[in-house]
Design a protein around this ligand. Structure first.
Ligand SMILES: Nc1ncnc2c1ncn2[C@@H]1O[C@H](COP(=O)(O)OP(=O)(O)OP(=O)(O)O)[C@@H](O)[C@H]1O
Length: 67
């Protein structure tokens, strides 16, 4: 999170908030999604892991971040 500067909130879904943000190193404007993580769920919430795995599958698009 320290690598990004939050600019403003652009939306919110069931699982978290989405911010317009700037990557400090490159100046790139990105959508930053902050999800609620529950410490008692080992490895993270299933819905968040599912979304990350789908984004990884789409990872060849230059507009989608790589994990
Ligand atoms: N890449 C993006 N660029 C601009 N706005 C975005 C982006 N991603 C999300 N948003 C905004 O944030 C909102 C919430 O997105 P998020 O992915 O958290 O939830 P959702 O999938 O829309 O809803 P839910 O999780 O409830 O099904 C979106 O409706 C949209 O307004």
């Amino acid at each position: 999170m320290e690598a990004f500067e939050k600019l403003e909130k652009v939306g919110g879904g069931t699982y978290g908030k989405v911010y317009r943000a700037r990557e400090k190193a490159t100046g790139l404007i990105v959508a930053l999604k902050k999800t609620r993580l529950h410490e008692d769920e080992e490895g993270g919430p299933p819905t968040t892991l599912c979304e990350i795995s789908i984004l990884r599958m789409l990872g060849r698009d230059p507009d989608i971040v790589r994990f």
